[in-house]
Design a binder for this molecule. Structure first.
Ligand SMILES: N[C@@H](CCC(=O)N[C@@H](CS)C(=O)NCC(=O)O)C(=O)O
Length: 285
């Protein structure tokens, strides 16, 4: 599958690049970013898929998380997709930061017109790993997934539904139970329809209750000065669902940290080492 290189930049001995390709899953052009660590010159390296939140795109994690130095040290490739299809031309797809373009919620929409293009679950779990494996020295059989906020919801739900694909998982300030909070209600009622039976496939807590399990223990960090904590994130729901399911979970709460990328940058090293321990082995992390 052909990809177009938009730009490449030397970074910590490796390469930070931006790319575009024609996506089958979302039926349009998709952009993504890749950080190739120096170790990728010697053979295929494990891959960490990095999912950003509302209003973000394929550049956000690459520019703001500050993950490249440690990824270069560990030999992890970082792949960050856009958060939705773009330039869809659909009525209502732009102009609302909580829905549509920039707010794909990592699901496959079932409702017209969204079901034509908003298929980010298939894109991230199936198409993008293949595209990356074809174009780079990426060992996608050793892949993990991390995400922030809406991307944290994506990381948790994709790891629960595709544990063979995503062997390690972590999240920053994730939406853990979208079926229970306003962000999820708004997006799911439009993408998936008013029938809530279809919503649970995209709710980490509901998936745990339905018997799904992560391939390995998740790491979740949450700032206590996050303005979305009580209204949209509610990590105590994940704690309770994991406890009831017998699913081990490391959930860390950090006083003073808000929802933004300064919080992510402060803890991203721990997340990369968490993934490296699982994907590369404890002696390499
Ligand atoms: N636009 C929203 C904030 C949206 C927001 O915080 N988005 C998060 C993800 S949910 C983010 O990462 N934004 C980009 C950034 O902080 O650089 C507001 O005005 O409250």
């Amino acid at each position: 599958m052909a990809i177009e290189t938009l730009s490449e930049h030397a970074c910590f001995g490796g390469v930070q690049g931006y790319y575009r390709h024609a996506s089958d899953a979302t039926r349009g052009a998709m952009k993504f970013s890749v950080f190739r660590p120096p170790q990728a010159r010697g053979g295929a390296v494990p891959v960490l898929f990095c999912l950003a939140g509302l209003t973000c795109n394929e550049e956000t994690f690459a520019i703001k998380a500050g993950a490249q130095r440690v990824a270069a040290d560990l030999g992890l490739m970082l792949v960050a997709p856009d958060t939705s299809p773009r330039d869809t031309g659909m009525d209502g797809a732009t102009g609302d930061w909580e829905f549509g373009e920039g707010a794909g919620f990592y699901l496959d929409a079932t409702q017209a017109p969204w079901s034509q293009r908003f298929r980010m679950r298939s894109y991230v779990a199936e198409e993008l790993p293949q595209v990356v494996a074809d174009a780079f020295a990426a060992d996608v059989d050793r892949a993990g997934i991390v995400g922030h906020s809406m991307g944290g919801h994506g990381a948790l739900t994709l790891a629960l539904t595709s544990p063979e694909r995503f062997r390690s998982v972590s999240a920053f300030a994730p939406i853990v139970a979208p079926t229970q909070v306003p962000w999820g209600h708004k997006a799911f009622s439009r993408y998936l329809g008013e029938d809530r039976n279809g919503w649970e496939t995209y709710d980490a807590c509901a998936l745990l209750r339905a018997g799904k399990r992560f391939a390995s223990e998740p790491l979740v960090d949450q700032g206590l000065a996050d303005t979305f904590l009580a209204s949209q994130l509610q990590p105590e729901r994940l704690e309770a669902a994991c406890a009831a399911a017998g699913q081990p979970l490391t959930l860390r709460r950090h006083a003073g940290y808000d929802h933004g990328y300064f919080f992510i940058a402060s803890f991203v090293e721990a997340h990369l080492r968490h993934h490296a321990r699982i994907l590369l082995g404890p002696q390499r992390a």
